[in-house]
Design a protein around this ligand. Structure first.
Ligand SMILES: [Zn+2]
Length: 117
């Protein structure tokens, strides 16, 4: 087991207690020029999560792998970051909407082979 894992376990137990307090909100987060994934609103004590940027970033990454099968991991990751910087907030919403429309949910877990990530 990794060094420091006892501390990590203790910290995660603390965060699990914090999670039980609730006040977790899913909402669109808007900040011009940035794609914000989440924030802790200290005034309302709420945690706000926007699932769109992380999902779109992952979606673009995997689309790049499929469309350009000869590209290596580093090139795909660089292009993913470049495209995320280029996308406006409205475009992120469009891609996220497309993802929600087109995704198929599967209960059966998928075993990942390292070269497929
Ligand atoms: Zn990859």
């Amino acid at each position: 087991m990794a060094v420091g894992s006892a501390e990590a376990r203790a910290r995660l137990a603390l965060l699990a207690e914090e999670l039980k307090r609730g006040r977790i909100v899913e909402a669109r987060l808007v900040e011009p020029g940035y794609h914000v994934h989440g924030l802790c609103d200290r005034e309302t004590d709420a945690i706000i999560i926007d699932p769109a940027p992380a999902t779109v970033s992952t979606l673009l990454h995997e689309l790049l792998h499929r469309r350009f099968p000869r590209w290596g991991e580093r090139r795909v990751a660089q292009e993913e970051r470049r495209l995320m910087r280029y996308l406006s907030d409205d475009e992120i919403r469009w891609w996220y909407g497309q993802y929600l429309r087109r995704r198929k949910r599967q209960r059966r877990p998928v075993a990942v082979r390292h070269s497929e990530e």
